[in-house]
Design a binder for this molecule. Sequence first.
Ligand SMILES: Cc1cc2nc3c(=O)[nH]c(=O)nc-3n(C[C@H](O)[C@H](O)[C@H](O)COP(=O)(O)O)c2cc1C
Length: 352
Amino acid sequence: MINYEAIKPLLFKLQPETAHHVAETVLRLPNICEAPFNFFKKSHFITDDVLKQELFGREFLNPVGLGAGFDKNATMIRGMEVLGFGYTEIGTVTPIPQEGNPKPRMFRHIEEESIQNAMGFNNEGSANVVARLKNRFPYTTPIGVNIGKNKVTSEDKAINDYTYLIKEFDGLGDYFVINISSPNTPGLRDLQNEEFISNLFKEAKALTKMPILLKIAPDMTHEDAIALTTMAVACGADGIIATNTTIDYSLVKNPKDIGGLSGAVLKEKSFLLFEAIAKELYGKTILISVGGIDSAEEAYRRIKAGASLVQILSGLIFHGPDMIMNINKKLIELIKADGYSNITEAIGADRK
Ligand SMILES: Cc1cc2nc3c(=O)[nH]c(=O)nc-3n(C[C@H](O)[C@H](O)[C@H](O)COP(=O)(O)O)c2cc1C
């Protein structure tokens, strides 16, 4: 067990981005010296026949993954296994390295257990991340590769960034995620249109056998989100991840005027959009739910609504790493209490 309540006040005295660097420094350690962390992993990495499922041709030992944005450069894959995540989504990675937006660009809304970030795809670029992944391959847990366009790439050339990245990362992960839903790259969300999505999936599917998922923003109307995701699936998308952060600043008392909100204030908005999409697409594609998940009950609500997998990012910051273990342990209980012997029976139970 980690006494996160003791560590948290110290971490929260630091700028959020500095605190993230401290966490990253610790979570990189299992790359160099695994043995001392094995003890921790033994207690924190929860798996059980109830939680195991096969997806994308790979076994997922538990359904709780790390959302994109925490491990942008794939430096913490082993660290995330130690913390108990069943899979990790790295990125968003862009073709060339970029600094991201000026600092400060990440803020805590402590009372509201929410984060506001305007990072802007700061990352080391695909060549560096590809080299790192090749070094770590094969991984113990599945890896998603979340890709995005560079800020300097114009919208009419955006498709080339995505196809370039698919070729670069082909075979180095278990699924791709097309990220066109970050609010922090000017014009990116404008790519959430049917023409771009259909052209992109047609080209992308010819380039790789890896599944390609689409991650969407929570700020579209349900009608638009259903139309877009249905069309993406018709064009070959292998799954939908809902949702990214929201630009609805009315959700917090003292918002900054940049970036997107995640964490507790996103919970309901993200769930409702996910549910609307699931009503249409459950059974037709793989659905992953992310946004404000901070308990086993919330994770289970998403699973019963149709999510094969869930992801967490902000919850980790506010509740600490034991949360992943606790969610997985409780999920086993919740699934059994409903009379199911495996998670796959619970997925989409509310849709049947
Ligand atoms: C600091 C930060 C950076 C993020 N960076 C990315 C990113 O690079 N790519 C992406 O697809 N989502 C990114 N996200 C969004 C998360 O993956 C997730 O969709 C969102 O935070 C909602 O989940 P949560 O409430 O559990 O945090 C970021 C979120 C945060 C808080």
